[in-house]
Design a protein around this ligand. Structure first.
Ligand code: NAD
Ligand code: MG
Ligand code: MG
Length: 340
């Protein structure tokens, strides 16, 4: 895999463009503030008419226009609205205002790779995907560091698409951490698989199942919360910092031995076979088709599951414990619940 650093990129390329960022959510705000601090001066945000997010832009001193106006004005258009609305935004507000030689950029390959958006041939289509949420992209940049990014080129109409994507990623600060070159397909399929099988599906259901096993066996909810949820962060921090062997070095031999014995009892051949089927559903587009149908229907199952999970006892006991013991959550809050 090709990994670029700051010296490989020319930030002036993107700093010389008129850049429009569509959406000012998690990614949008991080991108815009980093771009501005990296010297991109002709920079605007595009939002839906009447969006409450306009207030955030005003507070950050960022000009807001409609998506249509922004697309017509810009050379470099970054689509950072939610994946599920990108198709309609593109059809109604971007496509009619695009012209030859402009660059269309995304932070996730889903809508382009699965054909929900099919851009005209004479524009560049690139991906710049920071590997983390926007607040982290911003916080690392402000600390003089960077979040790694993936870049990819789907269409290279101008012959400069790779240089431009590299320039944009460097302006986000990613040159300080590594800019990795991939394809829309690889970014999109590995991202969807990772979040479903490991990060957001696997880990969360493992936590909840562990909590339920302990509480159903009669142990206190508080104990179950500390053991199966709170301590996850302590373990993940060790893994993140130095890999799995670093984690094993820090924990007790008893914990390490228990992990070796029990891990394979949970992640069995059956689990691995199911993971392969999850990957196949992603690769064959089944997952994206199902998700888009759910969105067309107004997301009823999505909202129902969100509500059920919010009412789980692990949420109630967690809220109570975190309030009592503020030291459980060190540092500043990562999630701004008012981001929309
Ligand atoms: P988000 O939900 O945080 O923000 C979306 C923004 O789009 C909001 O400002 C909203 O007001 C705006 N918006 C909604 N509908 C719109 C419309 N019709 N027209 C214009 N603007 C509209 O989204 P996000 O999590 O920042 O995701 C944006 C993109 O970045 C997605 O492609 C996502 O896959 C990708 N991505 C996200 C993360 C992450 O950690 N959140 C990481 C990497 C890539
Ligand atoms: Mg993702
Ligand atoms: Mg222990």
């Amino acid at each position: 895999m090709k990994i670029y650093d700051e010296d490989d990129a020319n930030i002036r390329l993107v700093a010389g463009k008129k850049v429009a960022v569509i959406g000012y959510g998690s990614q949008g705000r991080g991108h815009v503030l980093n771009l501005r601090d990296s010297g991109v001066q002709d920079l605007i945000v595009a939002l839906k008419e009447g969006s409450v997010t306009a207030k955030k832009c005003a507070a950050d001193d960022i000009e807001v226009r409609s998506v249509a106006e922004a697309t017509a004005w810009a050379d470099f258009i970054v689509v950072l609205a939610p994946d599920e609305v990108q198709k309609d935004i593109y059809k109604d507000h971007i496509e009619p205002y695009l012209s030859a030689g402009k660059t269309l950029a995304f932070a996730h390959g889903l809508t382009v790779h699965f054909g929900l958006i099919e851009p005209r041939d004479d524009v560049d289509v690139v991906l710049i995907a920071p590997k983390g949420p926007g607040h982290q992209l911003r916080a690392l940049y402000e600390a003089g560091k960077g979040l790694p990014s993936l870049i990819a080129v789907h269409q290279n109409a101008t012959g400069k698409a790779t240089d431009l994507a590299l320039s944009y990623a460097a302006a986000l600060g990613s040159g300080r951490a590594g800019i990795m070159e991939t394809t829309f397909r690889e970014e999109c399929e590995t991202d969807l698989f990772g979040e479903q099988a490991v990060l957001c599906g696997g880990v969360v259901d493992l936590i909840r199942a562990g909590f339920e096993t302990l509480t159903e066996a009669g142990y206190a909810k508080e104990m179950a919360y500390i053991e199966t949820l709170h301590e996850v962060k302590l373990i993940v921090d060790l893994i993140y910092e130095g890999g799995i062997s670093n984690m094993n070095y820090s924990i007790s031999n008893t914990a390490e031995y228990g992990g070796y014995k029990t891990g394979p009892r949970l992640v069995t051949d059956e689990t691995r076979a199911e993971m392969k089927r999850v990957l196949k559903d992603v690769q064959e587009g089944k997952f994206v088709r199902d998700w888009m149908l759910e969105c067309q229907a107004g997301q009823p199952n999505f909202h129902a599951k969100r509500q059920i999970d919010a009412e789980h006892p692990i949420e109630e006991v967690g809220k109570r414990l975190r309030e009592r013991m503020p030291m459980l959550i060190q540092g500043k809050k990562l999630v701004d619940r008012e981001r929309h």
